[in-house]
Design a binder for this molecule. Structure first.
Ligand code: BES
Ligand code: ZN
Ligand code: ZN
Length: 503
C-alpha cells in the first residue's frame, strides 16, 4: 500500500479510479453538492435522484463510468459542511479506501482539494487523510498460509491530488499522518500476534528491531536477572508463574537539551493473562493476548515521537511478562515488595497489571520526569463503565487534565475523565502489607486500581493513568478505520499530542 501527495491537475490526470467528495446540504430539502465542479455536472441526475446525498461515509461507486480520463468513479460523503472535522474526514477516508479496494485497481486518485476549500485547515485535513488511509489499510493475515502468496505487484497506490502538494506545511502534515498511521499499525500487529508468538522476549526484540536506525532513540532491555537486581518485586512476582522470562523495556529519546526533564510513558505489557491461580473463566480468555496493548501503544508512541523528531526528551517504559500458572506461581496471600519499598499482598492473582506497573511507575518517578502517562488494559470494570467508546483516564492534576483533553480533541480519540479520590486510596490498604492488590469495597474497580497505581508515583509528578481495557481492541463497530476484532492502537496519537505540548 502506498500513499503519496501528487501535484497534478486532477482534470488532466488519467487513472483507473477517481475519488471525489460530496457534502450534504445544511437545509433539509436541499440537494447534495459534489465538490469537483466538472464531475458535478456529469452527476446531476444522481444528485437529483438522491443516489448521492453527501451523508457522512456514504460511498457511491460508478463502475466503468469512463469520465474525464477515469474509468471508475467513487463519490464519498463528507456530511454537512459545518460537521466536517479531522475525525470525520479520517472516517470518510475509511469508506474511500474500502471502495477503492473493492474495485480491484492498482491505482487511484483522490481529489483532496474537494475536502476543504480554505487553505487554513488544509494541513490538518491532509494529516487526517493520510491517517485515515493508512489506518484502514491495516490487515493482520500474516499467520494464514494464503498471505504468503501475496505479491508486491498487488499493492495499491493512492495519489492524493492537490494544488497544495508542494506546500511545506501540507507536505509535513501529510507525512506526519503517514508516520502516525504506520506506528499505530505497528502496535496493532504486536497486539494481534498470539501469546505464543508475542512473548515478553519477542516484544522486547521487536522493539529493539523497530527502533534500529531511528536517530536519537535508544532501547535498553532488562532480563530477569537484571529485573531482580533492580528490585522489581511486582514484575518478578507475576513472572514467577511463567516459563517465559519477563522483560523491562526502556526506550529513551533525546530531542531536547540534556538538562530538560523528560516526559514519560509507561505501558502494561502482559503478553498473556490467564489470571494466574485466581484463574479466569475459559470463555473469551483468548482475548487476553491483548493484555499487552498498553505496552505496545507506548512503544508506538515512542517510535512516533522519535520519527517526528519532536523537540522533547521522552522515555517509554514497558513492563512485560505473562500471568500464568506453573508450580512456582504466586498465590493469594503472598506478599511482594515493589521497587519503591512498598509491600503488597496478593488477594487476587488476576489483578496483576497494577503489580508490574508499580515497579515501572517507581522507576519512572526516579527519572523525575515532567509528567507520566501510563496506558494499561487494567480492569474489566472499565469495560463495564465505558464500553468500547471512551478510554477512561484518571488524574488529579488539572494542568495535565487540560493537556489530555486538548490532545484528545486533536487526535479524535475519545477520553473520559474518571474520579480518583482519597476514599479509593483507603480501599486499597493491606491487612498484612502496606497495600492489597484488590479492593474489598463494592464497585469502582477501575478507580481503586488507579488509586493503587498512585502509590508508586512521586507526589510532585503530574501523572495520568489511561485504562484502555475497553478500547484496546475490537472497536471497529464505532471506528471504520479500526479492525472489527483486532487491536486498535488507541492512545498513541493522543500521547504524541500530549508530548507535543511539552515541546
Ligand atoms: N487484564 C485484566 C483486565 C481486563 C479485563 C482487560 C477484560 C480487558 C478486558 C486484568 O488483569 C484483570 O484481570 N483485572 C481484574 C482485577 C480484579 C481481580 C480486581 C478484573 O478487572 O477483573
Ligand atoms: Zn488479570
Ligand atoms: Zn491483565
Amino acid at each position: 500500500m502506498a500513499f503519496n501527495l501528487l501535484n497534478k491537475d486532477i482534470n488532466t490526470l488519467t487513472c483507473p479510479a477517481l475519488v471525489v467528495f460530496s457534502k450534504a446540504s445544511a437545509q433539509k430539502d436541499k440537494l447534495a453538492k459534489v465538490t469537483h465542479n466538472e464531475l458535478a455536472k456529469h452527476l446531476t441526475d444522481a444528485i437529483e435522484e438522491k443516489t448521492i446525498t453527501g451523508k457522512h461515509q456514504e460511498a457511491i461507486t460508478f463502475r466503468e463510468y469512463n469520465v474525464e480520463g477515469y474509468r471508475h468513479l467513487i463519490v464519498i460523503g463528507l456530511g454537512k459542511e459545518n460537521e466536517i472535522t479531522h475525525e470525520s474526514v479520517r472516517q470518510s477516508m475509511a469508506s474511500a479506501f474500502e471502495a477503492i479496494k473493492a474495485l480491484n485497481v492498482k491505482e487511484a486518485a483522490v481529489h483532496f482539494d474537494g475536502i476543504t476549500a480554505s487553505k487554513k485547515d488544509a494541513a490538518d485535513f491532509a494529516q487526517a487523510v493520510a491517517e485515515g488511509l493508512v489506518l484502514t489499510s491495516y490487515v493482520f493475515d500474516e499467520l494464514k498460509a494464503s498471505a504468503k502468496n501475496k505479491k508486491e505487484s498487488d499493492e495499491i497506490t493512492v495519489h492524493i491530488v492537490t494544488k497544495l502538494a508542494t506546500d511545506k506545511a501540507i507536505k509535513a502534515a501529510f507525512s506526519e499522518g503517514l508516520v502516525l498511521g504506520n506506528v499505530v499499525n505497528f502496535s496493532r500487529r504486536l497486539g494481534d500476534m498470539p501469546g505464543n508468538l508475542m512473548t515478553p522476549t519477542i516484544l522486547a526484540d521487536s522493539t529493539v528491531a523497530a527502533a534500529k536506525g531511528i536517530a536519537n532513540l535508544k532501547v535498553t532491555v532488562w532480563d530477569k536477572a537484571r529485573i531482580k537486581k533492580e528490585r522489581m518485586g511486582g514484575l518478578l512476582g507475576v513472572a514467577q508463574g511463567s516459563d517465559q522470562e519477563p522483560r523491562f523495556i526502556i526506550m529513551e529519546y533525546k530531542g531536547a537539551a540534556a538538562s530538560k526533564k523528560p516526559v514519560c510513558f509507561v505501558g502494561k505489557g502482559l503478553t498473556f493473562d490467564c489470571g494466574g491461580i485466581s484463574i479466569k473463566p475459559s470463555s473469551g480468555m483468548e482475548e487476553m493476548k491483548y493484555d499487552m496493548c498498553g505496552g505496545a501503544n507506548v512503544i508506538g508512541t515512542m517510535l512516533a515521537i522519535a520519527q517526528l523528531k519532536l523537540k522533547v526528551n521522552a522515555v517509554g517504559l514497558v513492563a512485560s511478562t505473562e500471568n500464568l500458572v506453573n508450580g512456582s506461581a504466586t498465590k493469594p496471600g503472598d506478599v511482594h515488595t515493589a521497587r519503591n519499598g512498598k509491600t503488597f499482598e496478593i488477594n487476587n492473582t488476576d489483578a496483576e497489571g497494577r503489580l508490574i506497573l508499580a515497579d515501572a511507575l517507581s522507576y519512572a518517578t526516579e527519572l523525575a520526569p515532567q509528567m507520566i502517562c501510563d496506558a494499561a488494559t487494567l480492569t474489566g470494570a472499565m469495560v463495564v463503565a465505558l464500553g468500547n467508546t471512551h478510554t477512561g483516564y484518571f488524574t488529579r492534576n488539572n494542568a495535565l487534565k487540560n493537556k489530555v483533553e486538548k490532545a484528545a480533541v486533536e487526535s479524535g480519540e475519545w477520553v473520559w475523565h474518571m474520579p480518583l479520590t482519597d476514599f479509593h486510596v483507603k480501599d486499597m490498604k493491606g491487612t498484612y502489607a502496606d497495600l492489597s492488590n484488590m479492593s474489598y469495597s463494592k464497585g469502582a474497580g477501575s478507580a481503586t486500581a488507579a488509586a493503587f497505581l498512585e502509590q508508586f508515583v512521586g507526589e510532585e509528578i503530574p501523572w495520568a493513568h489511561f485504562d484502555i481495557a475497553g478500547t484496546g481492541w475490537a472497536v471497529g463497530n464505532r471506528l471504520p478505520y479500526s479492525p472489527k476484532k483486532g487491536a486498535s492502537g488507541v492512545m498513541i496519537r493522543t500521547f504524541v499530542e500530549i508530548a507535543k505540548s511539552y515541546v
